[in-house]
Design a protein around this ligand. Sequence first.
Ligand code: G6P
Ligand code: ZN
Length: 543
Amino acid sequence: MQIKTVSTQAYSGQKAGTSGLRKKVTVFQQPHYLENFVQALFNVLGDVQGKTLVLGGDGRYYNTIAIQTIAKMAAANGFARILLGQNGLLSTPAASAVIRKYQAFGGIILSASHNPAGKDGDFGIKYNVSSGSPAPEKLTEAVYAETQTIKNYRILDVPDIALNQLGNQQIGSLSVEVIDPVEDYAQLMANLFDFDKIRQLFQSGFAMRFDAMHAITGIYAHHLLEQTLGAPTGTVMNGTPLEDFGGGHPDPNLTYAEDLVKQLYSDNAPHFGAASDGDGDRNMILGRHCFVTPSDSLAILVANAHHVKGYQNGLTGVARSMPTSMAVDRVAQALNIPCYETPTGWKFFGNLLDANKATLCGEESFGTGSNHVREKDGLWAVLFWLNILAVRQQSVAEILHEHWQQYGRNVYSRHDYEGIDSQIAKQLMTDLQSKFPTLLQQTFKGYQIAFCDDFSYTDPVDHSISTGQGLRIGFTDGSRIVFRLSGTGTEGATLRVYLESYCTEPSLQTQDAQTLLADLIQVADQLAGIKTRTGREQPTVIT
Ligand code: G6P
Ligand code: ZN
């Protein structure tokens, strides 16, 4: 058993984005591409002698190949132990949970989230630190710098690990422990939610569909929903993870989870529907003939947290990303707890959760979570909803409408203009911002502008400042339009326009969001000149 030192040459562009390094599989297949990045990471981590690394991925194509390489490199770099998900599988939230439970030094998660998978699809690698949080920018920057000067990497020359064989396997001085990818996560969920009540709900004939979209959450959902909680077989759709995610785009929204949406809007619709994404951190919630926006979902979880075992002692605070609707702010105010407004990106919640300033967090981009891990967590949100439904014995629509009656409805929609010219997008934002001083007090279609700004955030824990996080235009009646350029798009620029109005009139509240927002949509176009600048008559995606 020999440690090989292999000489290599640096690749440009190994810079991690919001969630690690994401590239086409074919890019990762270049000689030493993955090895360079992993060695750069290990170099930055420094002395890892005696330490434990968690390792797993969302099961997409190239997952198992990468896992063999990374394990052999971890052995050559001095790690003492690897906790490896069986068959190379671990969802993002489960990896975060395992890191925390076993007090690992950190974890490597192989995923490109909801991006398409397969030979021609995407692959990704990200590192999470000992709290279970995604690596902070300081660390990812240092890794990037290291990739630019890397000259060699270390790898142990040993046969492949048997990824399907649970238990301990020794490679050199490294002990590889192949663990059940579901067990620790399922235990954590059982501690937070009332499984007996949810079991009774399913026994009473409650029908649910969970769409795993051929990605990682299939193994978790089969175990939790069908085997543990007694939901009938067939509750989980597309539940076997496939290397190409069945050729689909596992992003749980009204566009990509089309089959599920059809079922929930059919005559024989089940009571409850949910879906998760490629690596299991996103969620979408549906009731019979009813869609719950992620912003409303967050507000409802917060308002009902006292019904749930893991949160019945109260929440220290809540947090939402800036473009997420202000529905949760109203609940926080009623509960008399702080509500933090952060820039887009889950990483901004990390400090608030670590400092116990927030217990629940959420984003409009179908992400919800709590302090139980340091990633957003799709199935957690689904179980939280099931727990609420089991306690309240009402339908999803009844819960949603009662919530609006009590707090008012923050009518909400996001309009995306994808793949527009980057220059045009930037100019649109600059021109809009330069108009701000003249806009104050002006009225458009009955909406009077109360404030406009370029959102910046000072982290209340480490006092770091993030500027340029999106343009906000607020109206005197509490309505809002936010303009932002996506930080995750791959081709050209994606302009996101977030529209929000506040409606307290119960007879209007149940109308379609696009109808209720029609005037505000026109105001957005009038202010920013979206149609004339982009040449687009309609957004590409409406959520
Ligand atoms: C990822 C991040 C989220 C973020 C989302 C949308 O899923 O984990 O935190 O909200 O991307 O980001 P974007 O910049 O494209 O709006
Ligand atoms: Zn994801």
